[in-house]
Design a protein around this ligand. Structure first.
Ligand SMILES: Cc1cc2nc3c(=O)[nH]c(=O)nc-3n(C[C@H](O)[C@H](O)[C@H](O)COP(=O)(O)O)c2cc1C
Ligand code: SF4
Ligand code: SF4
Length: 268
């Protein structure tokens, strides 16, 4: 069996989880493909491949840019492990969406997982799942990988899993209701949301690092083009001087309501 990882990961958490799971399988030769900047090559996967696919959750769905990158994927009966990585709020329909997409593309799902990554909007002032996936999360990813390897060497390696049956994260219903009502209130009031990060010119050294980090090529002449920006915050986290920020009202709301640690879940 050839083991592959495929990740879309502007701030690196989905990639880290995918690689941890792959490492846990104990297989020596693993092919890692990062589709953050480009669609993966039209690779002909087949029945001797296992592909671990990890993507971030945006607004309770698979990040649309990740779906866009994957549109040419063909499974041809390859085994797949579907993983969504979310920022400690909730992943809602994302895992179902990813698993349905992969099945429709000819992949055969033998594992699924929901993992936590530091929220893209997390800042020192509004911390949300800071530093995750941390050591504990990576141990969990490795354990998941070990389980996958055991399944591959069992007498029923291709037993399918139904991602809809995965255990839900523990969530206080009142907190989630409060979050949703607040957001609905903002929408009703026509509250303006920032369309892209902004730059503090006093801190910016014009090093251009942010333009190189941006997965959509949205930053030109130090300005992020709103139409191209996917609000991934890679440029914010990657700016060496802290000049770039994304002043979204979601950051304090998420930090306040979703500080309780959620746990990763997986099924094999
Ligand atoms: C536009 C946007 C929307 C997001 N929506 C959610 C969400 O609905 N639920 C959640 O828990 N995290 C959400 N997140 C946080 C990301 O899922 C999380 O930070 C993830 O670890 C990022 O993956 P990456 O490091 O691979 O880019 C969102 C992030 C962004 C940028
Ligand atoms: S990475 Fe930061 S300092 Fe460098 S150009 Fe971008 S905003 Fe300016
Ligand atoms: S400009 Fe937008 S898309 Fe580009 S890195 Fe920054 S937040 Fe992400």
């Amino acid at each position: 069996m050839n083991i592959h990882t495929l990740s879309f990961s502007p701030t690196g958490t989905s990639k880290k989880v995918a690689q941890g799971i792959a490492q846990g399988t104990g297989y020596e030769h693993i092919c890692h493909t990062d589709m953050t900047f480009h669609a993966p090559p039209a690779e002909a996967y087949g029945t001797s491949d296992l592909v671990i696919i990890a993507v971030p959750v945006y607004g309770g769905q698979v990040a649309p840019a990740a779906m866009q990158r994957m549109k040419g994927l063909q499974g041809n009966g390859a085994l797949a492990v579907a993983v969504v990585v979310y920022g400690n709020r909730h992943y809602e329909h994302a895992l179902e969406e990813l698993s349905d997409f992969l099945s429709a593309r000819g992949f055969h799902l033998i594992g699924a997982g929901t993992f936590i990554g530091e929220h893209s909007y997390s800042t020192p002032a509004t911390p949300i799942a800071v530093g995750r996936p941390d050591t504990e999360d990576m141990a969990c990813a490795m354990m998941f990988g070990e389980g996958i390897a055991r399944k591959l060497s069992s007498t029923h390696p291709d037993d399918a899993v139904d991602a809809r049956q995965i255990e839900q994260p523990e969530q206080d219903v009142k907190v989630m209701m409060h979050f949703k009502q607040t957001v609905m209130g903002w929408m009703k009031d026509g509250m303006q949301m920032p369309s892209a990060p902004i730059v503090d010119e006093a801190l910016c050294t014009h090093c251009d690092a942010c333009a190189g980090i941006c997965p959509t090529g949205a930053i030109v002449d130090n300005k992020a083009e709103a139409g191209k920006c996917i609000k991934c915050c890679a440029c914010v986290k990657g700016c060496p001087t802290g000049a770039r920020s994304f002043p979204t009202p979601f950051a304090p709301l998420l930090a306040k309501n979703f500080s309780q640690r959620k746990e990763n879940k997986f099924m094999i």
